[in-house]
Ligand binder design. Structure first.
Ligand code: ACO
Length: 320
């Protein structure tokens, strides 16, 4: 027994911000951003937040799967930018869908979040504890961005992606997940900078900090490593993989991974030109795009991989 993705959905806010728009806010330009990252524009949430985006993506995934939300046993929302400390965004999704039977909670693993959530629900399904799950990756990093820092503000966009996963005889074959907390400081965002117990101060929310070159080095080493691990565990030839759906941080990271894996770049679909780095949403957003474009056929072998703050990484080999 394993689990199979039976439906996908995604959502991005209506407001599109181009590289030229950003050049009016910070000293940057379209050429610099495109050549370093592959990003041309991104969607930014104005009047909405992570939960709203998660709900919209979830509704589309449930509709695409053709199930009744009451069939859901578990809703897992991967996010590192929840609207609230509590209640969990997943509980808001549960309420909006009327998925009254489901247990709902959030999981935090930044850009690896969707992979961690997918692998977690798969473990529940394999153990026979749950049968039908909703996995969502949603992030609204625009709210954690210092819009005067050109080194980070050009990279991210807001979005949500979701998948309905159900017990099946074929589907998710092998998975890996890993964490390296020692390297955590290279990519961080402090939630509360200081305690406010009777000190008269208003707690400050932090902005994200990134050492871009360290993250780059980590990603180009780790992605091929975890892709090879899931293939080896399944005794699968890399040539049999149709698509490598990687976290959309940066086209140079994806190109470097393709080179190291000795695979043609055409097997690595990308959409960061239109969405930027959407953190936990990026893998399910791209998967949904491929699904809706009819590019996925039953029996296709697909590798999903995410990497990000923690530091964390995760991969899964799935049969569509
Ligand atoms: N526009 C113009 N110039 C800029 C910008 C910008 N937006 N940002 C930085 N610069 C300048 C810097 O100030 C610096 O100028 P200086 O030489 O005068 O000091 C110069 O460009 C080079 O800066 P670097 O930080 O060395 O630029 P680099 O070539 O490393 O590119 C980048 C930065 C794109 C972030 C790169 O390090 C990278 O791709 N890192 C991977 C990290 C990543 O993708 N993170 C995404 C989030 S993490 C995740 O999803 C896992």
């Amino acid at each position: 027994m394993t689990s199979r993705i039976i439906g996908t959905g995604s959502y991005a806010p209506a407001q599109v911000v181009t590289n030229d728009d950003l050049a009016k806010i910070v000293e940057t330009n379209d050429e610099w951003i495109r050549s370093r990252t592959g990003i041309g524009e991104r969607h930014i949430a104005v009047d909405e937040g992570t939960s709203h985006m998660a709900v919209e993506a979830a509704k589309r995934a449930v509709e695409n799967a053709g199930i009744d939300p009451k069939e859901l046993d578990i809703i897992l929302l991967a996010t590192s930018s929840p609207d609230n400390c509590f209640p969990a965004g997943a509980c808001e999704v549960q309420a909006a869908l009327g998925a009254e039977r489901a247990v709902a909670y959030d999981l935090s693993a930044a850009c690896s979040g969707f992979l961690f959530a997918l692998n977690t629900v798969n473990a529940f399904i394999q153990a026979g504890i749950y049968r039908t799950a909703l996995v969502i990756g949603a992030d609204c990093l625009s709210k954690l961005t210092d819009w005067s820092d050109r080194g980070t503000c050009v990279l991210f966009g807001d979005a949500a992606g979701a998948a309905v996963v159900q017990a099946a005889d074929s589907g998710l074959k092998t998975m890996v997940m890993g964490s390296d907390g020692v390297k955590g400081p290279v990519l961080s965002c402090v939630a509360r900078s200081e305690g406010n117990f009777l000190n008269g101060k208003t707690p400050q929310l932090g902005y994200m900090y990134m050492n871009g070159q360290e993250v780059f080095k980590f990603a180009v080493k780790k992605v091929p490593e975890c892709v090879n691990q899931v293939l080896e565990a399944a005794d699968m030839d890399i040539e049999d993989v149709k698509y490598f759906v990687l976290h959309q941080a940066n086209y140079r990271i994806v190109e470097a991974a393709a080179r190291r894996l000795k695979q043609p770049i055409e097997k690595f679909p990308m959409n960061m030109d239109r969405y930027g780095n959407t953190s936990g949403a990026s893998v399910p957003l791209l998967l949904d795009e491929l699904n809706r474009e009819g590019r996925l056929e039953r029996g296709d072998q697909i590798v999903l991989a995410g990497f990000g703050a923690g530091l964390t990484w995760g991969a899964a080999l799935i049969e569509w």
